[in-house]
Write a protein of this length. Structure first.
Length: 207
């Protein structure tokens, strides 16, 4: 009885089949990567269409921006940082902080109030986007409470008085002496505006 032997490794037919299989696997892997990469903009588009608030989630994802943040009780009394407050409104609304600046010590718990009034003749939903200057100060600016964590619906003529509770991490670089916290308030459902460019004030380290 004759026995059929397997084709040798250098069989051109076998090599062709292997190459086609490898090619198919490469195409499948590429498609899977492209699909995973496209999930982020698809997710954002769905959230925008449904009115789901993704801005507050991204803001609270910054280290320290949570009500569960444990306040550092070690206040650095040897350092003083000036915190400036800025407010911008994309629309005919009144939006401003109750003070323009304050001096704080790193590790010191501080509360500042912001006032907002809907002066449009209709109900609106709104959201605030924060930005920081200098940018390297952002990871050290820990907000325990902030109106920017949520969206709000305000009736025509309705006013709000919102707190921002924050503490600056004592580990902030020594050359940062001024931080500008800026908010842009815009109507939800419209195009998200770019974050405003706040003034940067730092001192050069001594040589």
């Amino acid at each position: 009885m004759s026995q059929t032997l397997p084709p040798p490794d250098n069989d051109p037919i076998l090599r062709g089949d292997n190459l086609r299989m490898v090619g198919k696997l490469v195409v499948v892997a590429g498609l899977m990567f492209a699909f995973g990469y496209a999930l982020v903009p698809i997710y954002r588009s769905i959230c925008n269409a449904l009115g789901i608030n993704v801005l507050s989630l991204s803001e609270q994802a910054v280290p320290g921006n949570s009500s569960k943040y444990k306040v550092n009780t070690q206040v650095d009394l040897a350092r003083t940082i000036t915190v400036e407050f800025d407010a911008n409104a994309r629309g005919v609304w009144d939006f401003k902080p109750d003070r323009r600046s304050i001096e704080v010590h790193p590790g010191q718990l501080t509360t500042v109030m912001y006032d907002f009034k809907n002066i449009q003749p209709r109900t609106m939903a709104a959201q605030a986007i924060p930005s920081y200057a200098p940018k390297q100060a952002a990871p050290y600016f820990n907000k325990l409470e902030c109106f920017c964590f949520n969206e709000y619906t305000l009736k025509s003529g309705e006013s709000k008085h919102w707190p921002v509770v924050f503490v600056i991490d004592p580990k902030i670089p020594k050359d940062v002496t001024t931080i500008t916290l800026s908010y842009t308030f815009f109507e939800v459902g419209g195009k998200i505006p770019a974050a405003p460019q706040a003034a940067v004030k730092t001192t050069e380290p001594k040589s």
